[in-house]
Design a protein. Structure first.
Length: 245
């Protein structure tokens, strides 16, 4: 367990949207592919004066279910706290799964089957790992026309999330994608993986327009994570590393 924190990399996609996908491939299938690749997909549905509608709400929940993540439907005022909560909770869920797998292989038991004292020690290990493992997170932001009034709040939530991750001991790197992109492009890369969020770029690049290509956005996020695994931005001299979802 001691070396796990240095070797593990948790990979997540956070989709922030206010409605039903109406352009491009099925986002639920894309989320399932992400999960198969070891990437957790979380979804925050943002409602303001109206509602997402049953179709949008059902899709958001199905995306998270297929992506092995969480879904929350919130008002803009709760967006920042929810993004931070979901990111940290799903990291902990991932690590709990890894620890359970190791316990099962070594002791033939899961955490829940241990005596209370031993279970408490295991949870302390999980908490420590949650602070120390690396994180690659892609935030996919819906910039369709209906998001216009919500974009300033989304921008601040992404900034707050990045700041909350900076206080961790482990390396956290965040990339940002918007959907739709310019012209006929379904998505746009706002920033590639970095340990900080470029607020100036978020200020100028998040412009509300068009429809909601959620599937292509998830696909773009998968591609970013896939490429960073083999790219020079990896700490190649740190030795072998395992990826966990």
């Amino acid at each position: 367990m001691g070396s796990l924190s240095k070797e593990a990399m948790i990979r997540q996609i956070l989709v922030i949207t206010d409605g039903y996908s109406n352009i491009g491939e099925d986002p639920i299938m894309c989320a399932a592919e992400a999960h198969r690749r070891g990437i957790v997909v979380n979804v925050i549905g943002v409602v303001d004066k109206g509602e997402m509608g049953d179709q949008g709400r059902d899709e958001a929940m199905s995306i998270a279910d297929s992506g092995g993540g969480m879904c929350r439907i919130v008002h803009p005022v709760d967006l920042s706290a929810t993004a931070q909560m979901m990111t940290h909770q799903t990291m902990q869920m991932t690590l709990q799964q890894v620890v359970n797998q190791e316990l099962q292989s070594v002791m033939g038991k899961t955490t829940e089957e241990l005596p209370p004292t031993e279970r408490s020690r295991v949870m302390q290990v999980v908490d420590k790992l949650e602070e120390e493992v690396g994180l690659h997170l892609v935030v996919a932001i819906d910039t369709s026309a209906s998001m216009k009034d919500k974009i300033p709040t989304v921008r601040e939530a992404v900034r707050d999330l990045a700041l909350s991750l900076q206080v961790r001991l482990g390396t956290s790197r965040v990339a940002v994608v918007s959907f739709p992109g310019h012209g006929e492009q379904p998505t746009k890369l706002i920033q590639d993986f970095s340990d900080q969020v470029d607020m100036k770029e978020l200020e100028t690049s998040l412009q509300a327009r068009g429809g909601t290509p959620t599937g292509p956005a998830i696909r773009h996020a998968i591609s970013l994570i896939k490429n960073v695994r083999n790219g020079p931005s990896q700490d190649e001299h740190d030795g072998p590393r395992r990826d966990y979802a």
